[in-house]
Write a protein that binds this ligand. Structure first.
Ligand code: HEC
Ligand code: HEC
Length: 283
């Protein structure tokens, strides 16, 4: 109890807005293109034991930011999806193949985003979508790996996400993924940096607070990749984790590292039941 009070105080110390406001997520509901309805609020899964309701980050954004995501013509993240469409159909590497050669249309990937990260039997470890894409490029196409958080990769993940929009996130914890999930949970609750803050201190204990000019969300990843108005590009999950860890003034893990893969698995399962939303728009 005592520790929790201290944690909230240090978060409060970051709050620059006069009169610390705590405001709930708004009541808006999200339908994309007038046809894909998105679940942005649902009962928390049992393993997210300190939350009763989970919310998409969309619910914490301003009306102007929210509007970008309601129509694909207004969503700047869809430009990345279009770029990825070109890569999807382009032959690359020594095997003379494109993604399309083996996978057909991107729509055939519907449902894939919703279950990642996921245990990969052949590799004997949990893999992310980015790892799967690079595995296909390297071992199946004879092509060069893409940079983990680079533009081509993040665009491709956005394309794969876009065809699952509206489907419930359903990432598995059981079986061989369990140990990785436990590692991710440990990281989520570990305080880091000079500020001694954990992910939970901000995104579990303090969501709803204004932190500087930002309305603090639960830090869900159902909307990734996210197009951020701040850096005007699509951002991958690990790039976002890196930024948040840096904000606690800590050294961060590398994108694609086993630690961030474990953290992604854990955070993804905290969003089980929300809809896949990527590419989303955030500030
Ligand atoms: C030579 C055939 C081949 C090519 C080319 C190929 N893949 Fe794959 N890919 C596979 C096979 C086989 C699997 C594993 C079985 C499966 O899940 O379909 C796979 C798995 C995947 C998965 C995980 C799917 C899941 O359901 O878990 C993703 C994502 C993926 N590929 C993306 C891509 C992308 C993006 C490209 C192009 C950059 C690509 N692949 C190129 C054959 C290929
Ligand atoms: C000092 C407080 C703080 C800490 C600690 C922190 N974050 Fe964040 N995080 C923020 C703020 C502020 C934002 C931007 C507003 C928002 O979406 O909540 C954010 C955004 C996010 C988002 C984007 C959510 C979306 O809907 O786009 C994710 C994901 C996230 N954080 C994950 C994490 C993880 C994982 C950790 C621990 C490694 C962490 N954060 C630690 C403050 C923090």
């Amino acid at each position: 109890m005592h520790k929790k009070t201290i944690a909230i105080c240090s978060v409060a110390a970051l709050v620059m807005m006069p009169g610390t406001a705590v405001s709930d997520p708004d009541d808006d509901s999200l339908t994309i293109n007038g046809e894909i309805s998105i679940v942005t609020e649902v009962e928390a899964p049992a393993h997210a034991e300190n939350l009763s309701t989970i919310y998409s980050g969309w619910r914490f954004r301003s009306d102007e930011t929210q509007a970008f995501q309601m129509d694909d013509f207004d969503n700047p993240g869809m430009i990345g999806v279009e770029n990825a469409m070109v890569n999807w159909e382009t032959v690359d590497g020594t095997e003379g193949k494109s993604c399309e050669s083996c996978h057909g249309a991107p729509e055939d990937m519907a449902g894939v985003r919703a279950v990642y990260p996921k245990w990969n039997e052949d590799k004997g470890k949990v893999t992310t979508l980015e790892m799967e894409v690079n595995n296909c490029r390297e071992t199946r196409m004879g092509a060069e790996k893409w940079k983990y958080t680079g533009g081509d990769m993040t665009d491709m993940v956005a394309l794969i996400s876009s065809v699952s929009r509206g489907m419930p996130v359903d990432v598995a914890i059981d079986g061989p993924a369990k140990a990785t999930w436990e590692q991710g949970k440990e990281l989520y609750y570990t305080r880091t940096g000079q500020l001694e803050l954990s992910c939970a201190n901000c995104h579990e204990d303090s969501y709803g607070m204004m932190i500087r000019a930002d309305h603090l969300s639960q830090g869900q990843i159902n909307g990734f990749p996210t197009y951020r108005l701040k850096n005007t590009k699509l951002n991958s999950v690990h790039a976002r984790f890196k930024g948040c860890v840096r904000d606690t003034r800590a050294e961060t893990y590398k994108p694609g590292s086993p630690e961030f893969v474990a953290l992604e698995l854990y955070v993804a399962t905290r969003g089980n039941g929300l809809s896949v939303e990527g590419p989303s728009v955030r500030n």
